[in-house]
Design a protein around this ligand. Sequence first.
Ligand SMILES: O=C(O)C(=O)Cc1ccccc1
Length: 304
Amino acid sequence: MAEPQIDGQEKPTLAFLGPVGTYSHQAAYDRFGSTVTYSERQTITDVFHALSPSVPLALIPQENSIHGAVIDTYDLLRSPCMGKTSFVRGDVVLSIKHSLVVRKGVRLGEIQHVLSHEQALGQCRAFLREHLPTASLVPYASTAGAARALLSPSIDGLDPLKCAAICSRVIVSILPELEILEEGIQDNNVNYTRFYLLAYSDHTAIPPPSTAPPTQRHALVRISYPPGAMAEKPRNQTRLLNALDLYVIRLDRRPSPLPIPFHDVYFVEVEEETMTDPSWTNQVMRGIQRVSKQGGEANLLGMW
Ligand SMILES: O=C(O)C(=O)Cc1ccccc1
């Protein structure tokens, strides 16, 4: 629920992947500080579905510079509500440094299971291969959720004294029963995660950033062939991309949710070529129309 601010304005509520101490929480706090009311959810899917008139903002991880696209997020971006009651309205980038965390007293040689978000497990593969080659990797909904699980009496039958979690170092100040065994265990010291800011409508008011706002605008367009066109072979994807004819900075592909084998959905992130071009919005809309004329389906999922 919105909470009144000192100046009488209501703070919008922002859903994020909790619990407190996740990277999503840090990214949200870096961007919004005390200008929003925070509402935690247990999974990325729950964050996405929290968007509603009473929770008009949500932050979801989109890609990592070591491990790549966040699959759950791209699968959610296939939802029909995208571009109707869910819009990408911004992005936030966070520098990521992972720690290996255990219950106080547990030693490296005792660890048989490593718990974390699949992104964090994927970003620390070299460390895990070298130092914990026989440990099983247990995916969790979030890094901080994995760290919290270490304090439960049993983790789905696993002994917490034989487990470690990969998470941010902030966890040990939130949960003092835990300690850091190793710090900076990601495969590359240059490690960033980018998050998408979602809003319930394309005109939801978004608290302004405290730092300089981005100078170049972006849009996310979803492109696919309609099911009927699947009879046509070969399905020429470049025909649709050429028809869009915009400055493409990122291209992702996921299987379509339709029960048609190898029918894919493409996510095309485009950027304004010249800063503050007044005709850019129209250029994007015209590109989308051209895709339809070429027999494709194109939906604008957001502009920021
Ligand atoms: O689980 C978290 O802390 C998240 O916010 C998802 C995530 C996991 C690993 C790197 C970046 C984001």
